[in-house]
Design a binder for this molecule. Structure first.
Ligand SMILES: [Zn+2]
Length: 282
């Protein structure tokens, strides 16, 4: 099984996770910029984080044979903090870089006017930089949040095939399927979707325009949920080609629209700016 995890926050994960992911078949991933839990208080915290996504984390993934790409954005939650507003001005510099394959994650957290403004401005950046967009849907008031999300996408002029609307469930999938946008599903241990419900949705909606991710981060989550979904698909009667389509060819098709995917075996250079992942000799 070859796997491309289209949404995972490796910055929050360990080297054990990288090893287990590679053993399970993960060969490529996209790490979207997101909220770190602790509120950031200045634009400098963001630029250091964006630089780490493009530099250090890509280097770290390569040590384990995994191709790392990222999406860059001001996340929905921190769009509400006036100290972070300036981040929107530095984004164009990052969106021009190799390894940046989308604008994201953007979207709504609490659906405030500030989020509305940041979301619309960043959809505009996706149009201007000719990049796809990764859109997070809120965990509360999901149906209204998804409807408002699809309105903003329509108003932005970004073609629906260049947008993935993520964290969907049984309540929100239909509207997104009908919009022409890609449907993203995060498979979590306790909340949101699980593998069995995911397989039921694949049976109902088919495998086209569907992305399955682990969305693993610093919270309770599992970086092997993509693999576990593949196993559940096979057990339910899907064949290897269906699994390959959902777990590899779909994310390649979606993020390939950036023109910046690199999918060959990564070169594992021993150091990054003089630092390695080793802790002394063995
Ligand atoms: Zn995320």
């Amino acid at each position: 099984m070859r796997i491309f995890d289209p949404h995972i926050h490796m910055t929050s994960r360990t080297t054990d996770d990288y090893e287990a992911m590679h053993a399970a078949g993960v060969r490529a991933l996209v790490e979207p910029a997101f909220w770190l839990g602790q509120p950031r208080t200045s634009v400098g915290s963001f630029t250091d984080y964006f630089d780490a996504l493009i530099g250090w984390e890509r280097f770290r993934a390569a040590q384990f044979g995994i191709r790392h790409h990222c999406a860059i954005a001001l996340n929905p939650k921190e769009a509400n903090d006036p100290r972070c507003a300036e981040v929107l001005d530095v984004l164009p510099r990052y969106l021009a870089k190799d390894g940046v394959v989308a604008v994201g994650e953007i979207g709504f957290d609490s659906m405030t006017p500030e989020e509305d403004e940041a979301f619309a401005r960043q959809l505009e950046l996706a149009v201007r930089h000719d990049l796809p967009a990764l859109v997070h849907t809120p965990h509360r008031d999901k149906a209204a949040g998804t409807a408002r999300t699809l309105d903003l996408v329509r108003e932005s002029g970004l073609p629906p095939e260049r947008v993935v609307v993520d964290h969907l469930n049984e309540m929100t999938v239909r509207a997104v399927a009908e919009s022409g946008c890609w449907m993203g599903f995060s498979i979590y241990p306790d909340t949101k979707m699980d593998e069995v419900r995911m397989v039921a949705l694949l049976t109902e909606y088919g495998t086209e325009r569907v992305l399955v991710n682990s969305a693993a981060d610093w919270g309770r989550s599992d970086p092997l949920k993509t693999h576990k979904t593949g196993v559940a698909m096979l057990a339910a009667g899907f064949d290897e080609d269906d699994v390959d389509r959902v777990l590899w060819r779909n994310p390649v098709e979606f993020y390939g629209q950036s023109g910046r995917l690199a999918l060959d075996e990564p070169e594992a250079s021993p150091t990054f700016e003089g630092n390695s992942i080793l802790r002394g000799g063995s």
